[in-house]
Structure formats: structure tokens, C-alpha cells
Design a protein around this ligand. Structure first.
Ligand SMILES: NC(=O)c1ccc[n+]([C@@H]2O[C@H](COP(=O)([O-])OP(=O)(O)OC[C@H]3O[C@@H](n4cnc5c(N)ncnc54)[C@H](O)[C@@H]3O)[C@@H](O)[C@H]2O)c1
Length: 277
């Protein structure tokens, strides 16, 4: 289903770890739609992941390591990408998230603050660093598009999401604030997509993930959005059809965010009540 929606566009995709990653699907779809891409991930993820397989599937896209918390790495990535493309770029996907507290199953109410700061640096400030480095190096064309992925735990409490909730709230705020400055300065648009729970390495690391994946699916009139569907939504935001959309947090969740309760959940509760006598 390719429409050459991104024909002639060039961009960087952060965060493709394996074939389940949202960034992996987005890279493949972007190339199908005519884009040329550079792939990047943290050096450790490049060693452990399968990004070279993806690069082959993407017309031998260059793979340039960058720890998204390191401004030096990001500047190197942007400079090398511009050299590769022979000029400025049209889009960036920020698909990065990691919380050492989640990874080590440390409860929110007993948080380790060094870990908490790492969560914020990797999962939120990294977006600011990407945007600030891009602006400083003038790496993005006018009307280009930066998209970062987020989750509704930024607005509502999901206990297992831990300090990633604060990271996502901060990241969404950075997208709004930087979107304002980059919009006036260069007409660059910056948005976040708030995606349904999705079975990936980062997603499945959240405690109780399977239960809230099923819960969200039953709550959402359209069901949970898949990683492939998220990739398609990213492409629309990279395309010229969404040129006036900026500073938005866009829910891509089958209607979950505006549903109070669904009939299916009510029936489950009724069944449970009956079973308990
Ligand atoms: N899976 C879900 O349920 C879900 C739902 C909503 C939003 N999201 C968001 O989508 C994005 C992508 O996650 P995913 O679900 O595809 O999982 P994933 O584990 O495949 O991707 C996360 C990526 O972040 C990268 N990363 C971690 N630390 C980094 C660093 N220091 N520098 C550069 N990259 C680093 C990892 O290497 C990995 O490639 C994340 O922002 C995540 O929070 C995921």
C-alpha cells in the first residue's frame, strides 16, 4: 500500500532495536513511501540488536551510533547524516524510552533518584537535545517534521508505568515548547504521538503489561493500535499533508483516551461479581 507519500524526503529514525520496535516498522514504511533514511540507536543497542538487518531492508541505509543523552553523539549523527544526504533533512522520528527503575522493578514509592534522573535524561531530555542540536546545526529544512512517541500515562496514572509517566509528561511539554520556538524560527513542526500499549521490548518491560494491553483493547472502540498502524500515522506527520500540525499530543489509541468505560468491561465486572457470589 505505497503511495510515494514521502518521495524525495530524507530523515533520521531513532530507536529500531528489533522487528517489534515501532521505529523498525516506521523505517520500513518510510522507505516504501519513497523516503531515504539514516538509522541510529545507542551503541550498546547496535551491538545487541539487529539493526544491520533492517538497514539492508531499507536500501542499505547508513547506521550511525548515537547515545541520545550525548550532545556530542547527536551532533556527530546530524553532521554525518547531512553529509550522507548532501544537505538538510525533512523528518526525525524520536522513538526512545528507558527507565532503569522499571528495568530493575523498583517501586515508584521507593524510587532510586539516580535512576529517575537517567529515565528523564534518556526518555525526555533526549528530545530537547535532538531538537537543540538540529537547530544549532541548521539540520532541518523549513516545514520539516519531528515526531516523538509517548503514552497516556503522561495524563492519567498507570501504576506499573513508574517514573516513565513523568518522563512522558516532560517530553510532551518539550515538544510543545520547542515546537513554538522552532516553528517561529524555521517553520519546523514538532508533535508527539500517544500510542496504544504495543508488544515491544520497551512495552513489555512495564509490570502488568499483558493485563493492561488486554484492558486497553477492550476499552477502545477500535481496539489497540498496532505498531504498523503507528508507523503509518508517523508517515502522515512526516508528509506534506499535515504541514500545519504542530505542538500537539496526538492520541493514536483506537479511542481509548476518550472512553470512560466500555460495555465489554462492564460485562466482565458483572461476571466477576456473579462468580464471587
Ligand atoms: N510499546 C508500547 O506499549 C508503547 C506505547 C506508547 C509509546 N511507546 C513509546 O514508543 C517508543 C519506542 O518504543 P518501542 O515500544 O518501540 O520499544 P523498543 O524497546 O523497541 O524501543 C526503545 C528504543 O529506545 C532505545 N534507547 C534506549 N536508550 C537509548 C539511548 N540512551 N540513546 C538512544 N536510544 C536509546 C533502545 O535502544 C530502543 O531501540 C518509546 O518512546 C516508547 O516509550 C511505546
Amino acid at each position: 500500500m505505497a503511495h510515494q507519500l514521502l518521495k524525495g524526503k530524507k530523515g533520521i529514525i531513532f530507536g529500531a532495536l528489533d522487528e517489534r520496535s515501532i521505529a523498525w516498522k516506521t523505517a520500513i514504511r518510510a522507505v516504501e513511501e519513497g523516503a531515504e533514511i539514516v538509522l541510529t540507536n545507542a551503541p550498546i543497542a547496535l551491538r545487541m540488536g539487529k539493526i544491520n538487518e533492517l538497514a539492508k531492508l531499507c536500501n542499505d541505509a547508513p547506521v550511525i551510533p548515537a547515545d541520545a543523552t550525548s550532545v556530542a553523539d547527536l551532533e556527530n549523527l546530524l553532521q554525518k547524516s547531512m553529509e550522507h544526504f548532501g544537505g538538510k533533512m525533512d523528518f526525525i522520528l524520536h522513538s526512545i524510552g528507558m527507565s532503569p527503575n522499571v528495568r530493575k522493578a523498583i517501586p515508584y514509592t521507593d524510587t532510586n533518584y539516580d535512576n529517575f534522573l537517567k529515565t528523564l535524561d534518556i526518555s525526555a531530555l533526549s528530545l530537547h537535545k535532538v531538537l537543540q542540536s538540529s537547530m544549532k546545526l541548521d539540520a532541518l529544512k523549513e516545514w520539516s517534521s519531528v515526531v516523538a512517541l509517548t503514552y497516556i500515562a503522561a495524563q492519567r496514572t498507570f501504576p506499573g508505568y513508574n517514573d516513565m509517566a513523568e518522563a512522558k509528561a516532560l517530553m510532551e511539554s518539550i515538544a510543545r515548547s520547542f515546537g513554538y520556538h522552532y516553528g517561529f524560527a524555521k517553520k519546523v513542526r514538532v508533535n508527539t504521538i500517544s500510542q496504544s500499549p504495543t508488544i515491544t521490548t520497551a512495552g513489555s518491560g512495564v509490570s502488568g503489561f499483558d493485563a493492561f494491553f488486554t484492558y486497553a483493547d477492550k476499552m477502545s472502540p477500535l481496539g489497540n493500535a498496532t505498531a504498523e498502524q503507528c508507523a503509518d500515522y508517523c508517515l502522515t506527520l512526516f508528509s506534506d499533508y499535515t504541514k500545519m500540525v504542530t505542538m500537539q499530543n496526538l492520541f493514536h489509541d483506537g479511542g481509548f483516551s476518550n472512553t470512560g468505560v466500555s460495555q465489554s468491561i462492564i460485562e466482565e465486572m458483572e461476571k466477576a461479581a456473579q462468580a464471587n457470589g
